[in-house]
Design a protein around this ligand. Structure first.
Ligand SMILES: NC(=O)c1ccc[n+]([C@@H]2O[C@H](COP(=O)([O-])OP(=O)(O)OC[C@H]3O[C@@H](n4cnc5c(N)ncnc54)[C@H](OP(=O)(O)O)[C@@H]3O)[C@@H](O)[C@H]2O)c1
Length: 237
């Protein structure tokens, strides 16, 4: 399945030129009951060793990897490819109000600077602190809900020649990307656990299509986890 995706990714530059945006891979791990974290948003280890390695392989195929500020504040991830050979993608945080802590792990990365996508009029002092910590703050248009306008963000990424974007969560970010129909490939790890926690799709009035038909569906077992590979069929949504 990964090889098939890699073949498709070989055409990502052309995809970016034609579609005016990067190819977007949305990936996350969930329990059998669809939870990506505990109900208080506490991080839960879901992926087994083999599926975690797959996640790192997917990262190494991507130019950039994006998470929301909620994930940074909760999990403080590194988003590297330490389990496999290959480059780590550039980290991007959606952080309208510049709440990223200046000691966040993503800002410690030596290989490339973290991009923080913020509101155009975000706080000057916070911006200065983050710049000092090595981040690159990129102002972006916001949507009516005050969040980063994802279509405007796509234009920024195109301008920076990002061909392949991996989106890793959390719930609000996953929901926004699906709601904006900005997903080309889903790679979802389903772990044999029941959490009763935070749903991956955190739809609170986002006006999301109630059903997203998936095509090119394939299932792969890695250890005890099941990996769902699928593409959304936006034309039938
Ligand atoms: N199992 C997994 O694979 C996995 C992966 C990642 C995270 N997680 C879990 O997910 C949870 C965090 O998810 P979360 O929903 O709280 O936070 P999140 O999705 O990581 O971040 C959401 C925040 O990002 C900012 N944002 C800016 N523009 C946005 C946009 N267009 N759409 C959505 N968000 C935008 C908003 O904050 P501002 O308004 O302040 O900018 C928003 O509240 C944690 O519990 C974490 O453990 C699980």
């Amino acid at each position: 399945m990964l090889d098939r995706l890699k073949q498709q990714l070989a055409g990502a530059k052309e995809f970016r030129r034609k579609r005016g945006r990067p190819f977007v891979i949305l990936t996350y791990a969930q329990s059998l009951d669809g939870s990506i974290a505990a109900c208080d948003r506490r991080q839960v280890r879901l992926s087994g060793a083999a599926s975690m390695t797959l996640t790192h392989r997917l990262r190494s195929c991507s130019d950039a990897i994006l998470v929301g500020i909620g994930t940074v504040l909760n999990d403080n991830p590194e988003l590297t490819t330490r389990l496999v050979d290959g480059h780590s993608p550039r980290p991007i945080i959606l952080d309208t109000r510049l709440r990223t802590p200046s000691d966040a792990r993503l800002l410690q990365r030596k290989d490339c600077a973290c991009w923080i996508i913020s509101h155009r009029e975000s706080d000057g002092a916070r911006r200065e602190n983050l710049l000092k910590a090595g981040a690159i703050v990129l102002p972006c248009q916001t949507a009516v809900d005050g969040k980063i306008d994802l279509r405007a963000l796509m234009k920024i990424l195109v301008a920076h020649e990002i061909n392949i974007l991996m989106v890793e969560g959390g719930a609000r970010v996953i929901t926004s990307f699906v709601g904006a129909r900005l997903v080309d490939q889903f790679v979802i790890t389903v772990a044999p656990k029941l959490i009763g926690g935070l749903n991956a799709i955190d739809d609170r009035g986002t006006g999301m299509d109630p059903f997203v038909p998936l095509v090119q569906v394939a299932y792969q077992q890695l250890g005890n986890d099941m990996i769902l590979w699928a593409q959304p069929d936006w034309n039938s949504a």
